[in-house]
Design a protein around this ligand. Structure first.
Ligand code: FES
Length: 84
């Protein structure tokens, strides 16, 4: 459903870049769409922070280079970095 809606968004060409924030399932769809079109997608993987100091692991995201705590690092990831 989300991918179907996103497919109607026009892109300027192969130099286009997608930026997105929102629910994780939608971000996954945006990443998939960017991959299909051969362009970059930068996703704001913001999450509710339970402890805010890196202790609870509630904000961990799995990336191709390991797990990252968003509270201690960055909230923006290239879609290709995320292990969905
Ligand atoms: S909010 Fe607790 S580790 Fe990220």
């Amino acid at each position: 459903m989300v991918g179907g809606l996103l497919s109607h968004i026009p892109l300027l060409g192969t130099n286009s870049v997608m930026y997105a924030c929102g629910p994780q399932r939608m971000l996954e769809a945006v990443s998939e769409m960017a991959n299909q079109r051969g362009i970059e997608a930068y996703l704001s993987m913001e999450e509710v922070m339970a402890c805010g100091v890196g202790a609870c692991l509630g904000c961990v995201v799995k990336t191709v280079s390991g797990y990252e705590r968003r509270v201690q690092g960055r909230p923006i990831f290239n879609g290709n970095e995320i292990v969905w």
